[in-house]
Design a protein around this ligand. Sequence first.
Ligand code: LMR
Length: 398
Amino acid sequence: MFQSLTSLPPDPILGLTAAFRQDTNPNKVDLGIGVYKDEKGNTPVMKAVKQAEEAILDSQLTKAYLGPMGSPEFNNAVTNLILGKDLADNIGGRRVTIQTPGGCGGLRIAAEFIYTANANATIWVSDPTWANHKPLIGSAGLKFKSYPYYDYATNSVNFEGMIEALKNASRDDVVLLHGCCHNPSGADLSMEQWQVIKNTALNQGFTVFVDLAYQGMGTGLNEDVYGVRLLAESLPELVVVSSCSKNFGLYRERTGAVTLICESEKACNASSTLLASAARSNYSMPPDHGAAIVQLILNSPELYSIWEDELTEVRNRINSLRFKFAEKLNASTIPKDFSFIKNEKGMFSFLGANTNEIQELISNYGIYLVNSSRINVASINDSNIDYLIESITEVLRK
Ligand code: LMR
């Protein structure tokens, strides 16, 4: 049965990590996968997470099953984090949250839910979007269309193009937006642009689906969900998939959620059974550990304050790296203005290198970046920045 199988090409992001590990170049730098690294190049366990883990170790009495929806305390805490408590309370019984194995598990469950609601639904994704969006969502059976998002010539959001395209989306369609820290471009929507999107969704009647993987990594915990909250209070329906991988540093613990807002409580109750059934038929129940940590942090004022401070430190460091990196590139002999990198948000920006230049950076300099030229700014530090600038200059100034 397996004799005729041939190997798949490496994953565009994870394949880079594997290649990076095998590279013997002592100066190598991994600008590929979106994982935060500190000045020493480590991805540390946050202090608040460590303290929560110790408390769980001391107090946990059972490892019995959680159930397909996961922990109700986690689901409430995460909903409050995303929507803010007042809005979450206002929406009341029109919303439901299910704990999922990471944001990826959430995207897949949300896609299956949408497919059950309307097997003809088309999902509109940004061009470009995260390399795993289509595999994750498409495997649930949904079709895709794309809307223009990033203008490579001006290094900014092509908002006019985006809205023109979305005027062709209809009631049977779902529009996938990045809540903040757009992956892969780092170019986010302004408050005014979110307002226009809200009005377009109301006029066209499409359903909005927000992927929120970086809350707190861009401008702030509240600022980064301006768009999500606006849509949640204005639209009859909304799907939000959130991840705790980045903002809690819980990558391997697979901690995420789907939050659904429906037009009525009745629809919400029915939807909740479909979400549970999608979980049950995929993995039965989500893992507990990461969610137990998050729920403890979000429900303890003391741990929350430690976590918030750490997250602020992470965000400030990324933003200062953006500044430093862009300044140094601007001071180099590459004939290009890199100032846009300073204003983009989250971990990613496009370097603007072509395929040959990317290959040269990888093969000759051990500098690994995704083939769209996406770089993870959070991998830069004082020890590698000059090497990066010199190497990038060598390759890009030609
Ligand atoms: C990324 O975009 O690099 C991260 O979201 C990690 C992943 O799974 O691709």
